[in-house]
Design a protein. Structure first.
Length: 293
């Protein structure tokens, strides 16, 4: 079991300040934007854009797990699907194609696509997304099997490069959709680095009882008061950079493998030595197979 790199809110680099506010946002945010318009959205972007690299750059840097949240736009005649995090981001189709271009060029690379939040989606939208996945990836997608049966060797032999996790009952009906519960991602929901590390440690201990993949989210979540205080500086300066040394220290002490970490996600994955530190966790594994990352 290798340690893989993931990005939190992977698509948020593409957030579009000209877009409407996402349907999942509370009324207070909707009102703030309706009063302050573009200025409000510029400030929101500083807190909502958790990545500064696009998909291609993330893949090139070693990211293999993508945290994807999908939304329709209210009153959209084209019924288009978008990535969303507070504000709308790129069209889903474009993002999937960008990832596919990388996979076609690198036939031994494997990615995890985790569709874990859906906003404003009816049955027809899910059908559209499933069809889009079929059209984009075809046989590159690995049908859902037991997690412990998935080795790189198996995927290479079958020429599968994509594991799609889908947190909706729709997954049961489609062979290539892995149910969401096979990709648990416990969320600490704290601004306190110490609490985050305690939470991560406790959830690792729980992990392998479930026989699934597993995500450690090395992510601090701002409270409303944090946002107000640091409104102009944004998430990266106010929280992520400040907490980075302690979070990286935790990552360095982890082990990859059955009872250790599996997928580690972070905001601003290029900060510090997050990427090289996670990759190094695989060097201590004596598995006789190369790490895809």
């Amino acid at each position: 079991s290798l340690a893989f790199l993931g990005s939190h809110d992977s698509f948020s680099f593409y957030i579009d300040e000209a877009s409407p506010v996402g349907p999942e946002q509370p009324e207070t945010v909707q009102n703030f934007v309706s009063v302050f318009g573009t200025v409000a959205k510029k400030l929101m972007r500083k807190w909502l854009a958790t990545q500064t690299m696009n998909f291609t750059s993330q893949l090139g840097a070693g990211i293999r797990y993508f945290d994807l949240r999908i939304s329709t736009k209210p009153r959209d005649p084209d019924n288009e699907l978008y990535f969303a995090h507070g504000l709308f981001s790129a069209k889903v189709k474009e993002g999937l194609e960008e990832i596919n271009a990388f996979l076609t060029e690198h036939p031994k690379e494997v990615v995890f696509l985790d569709f874990n939040h859906f906003y404003g989606m009816q049955k027809c939208h899910h059908e559209k997304l499933v069809q889009m996945l079929k059209d984009t990836y075809g046989n590159k997608m690995c049908p859902a099997i037991f997690a412990h049966e998935v080795s790189l060797q198996y995927l290479w032999e079958k020429e599968h490069q994509v594991l799609v996790f889908y947190h909706s009952p729709v997954a049961v009906e489609v062979a290539f959709l892995w149910p969401g519960q096979m990709m648990p991602a416990p969320w600490a929901n704290t601004t306190d680095t110490e609490k985050l590390i305690q939470f991560l440690q406790a959830s690792i201990t729980e992990r392998r009882k479930k026989g699934s993949f597993f995500i450690s989210q090395v992510v601090l979540t701002p409270k409303a008061s944090t946002v107000v205080k640091g409104v102009a500086s944004g998430l990266r300066e106010t929280i992520t950079e400040r907490a980075l040394p302690a979070m990286m220290e935790w990552v360095r002490t982890q082990k990859a493998g059955e009872s250790g970490v599996n997928i580690i996600t972070a905001d601003f994955v290029e900060l510090g030595d997050f990427i090289s530190t996670v990759i190094k966790l695989n060097y201590s594994l004596d598995e006789g197979e190369d790490d895809t990352t």
